[in-house]
Design a protein around this ligand. Structure first.
Ligand SMILES: [Zn+2]
Length: 195
């Protein structure tokens, strides 16, 4: 670096400036801009201080985003796991949100099975049983049918619970995501006011 005064140009208006060899700041004599002086091994240039502040703000915003990125990634992964756990398989490994209709279909399946089982056992008992044997068959059919009906009820309840859990998880995911993303925007605004 030379020990004599340098001749630089104002970053804002382009006017020539004479800057001392070690000066770090200079005020433009032509437009009055406050400038910082930057030097590399081969060159020297000026930058208006407002731009320095803006660049610092940009770096802060970037660091902020870098800090949030792992949290966002973790949130996305958690949501994907939830979808895998609670979603309904469609095809090719894809899933869709569960619906109350799924629960009804499952329940209807068990109810149909309950009626068919009861009917089959009852008819079987009627065909070969007489008296006490027939009554026992009817009782047996009612028991199995009632058990199937309970399974239908459990399936319906489980399906509705699954829909509610899915909806709660989705609300939670959207809220936390908005918080993470909205937080960085708010931080940017605060920096903007400070300048
Ligand atoms: Zn100037």
């Amino acid at each position: 670096m030379s020990a004599v005064a340098e001749s630089l140009l104002c970053d804002r208006c382009g006017a020539p400036l004479t800057v001392g060899p070690r000066a770090r700041f200079v005020t433009c004599t032509h437009c009055g801009a406050r400038l910082s002086v930057h030097r590399s091994d081969s060159a020297a240039w000026t930058e208006t201080l407002e731009e320095v502040a803006a660049a610092t703000g940009r770096i802060e915003a970037k660091l902020d985003a870098l800090h949030r990125r792992p949290q966002l990634d973790a949130l996305e992964q958690e949501w994907e796991r939830m979808q895998d756990e609670l979603g309904v398989p469609v095809r090719l490994g894809r899933r869709r949100p569960p619906t109350a209709k799924d629960a009804s279909h499952m329940a209807l399946g068990f109810q149909t099975l309950a009626v068919l089982t009861f009917g089959a056992i009852a008819i079987g008992a009627a065909l070969k049983g007489e008296g006490g044997a027939f009554l026992f068959g009817l009782l047996w059919a009612s028991g199995v049918g009632a058990l199937m009906w309970c399974l239908a009820w459990l399936a319906q309840r489980g399906g509705i619970e699954r829909v509610q859990r899915y909806e709660a998880a989705e609300r939670d995911y959207r809220r936390r995501r908005a918080e993470l993303l909205g937080g960085s925007e708010a931080a940017g605004e605060r920096r903007g006011e400070a300048r």
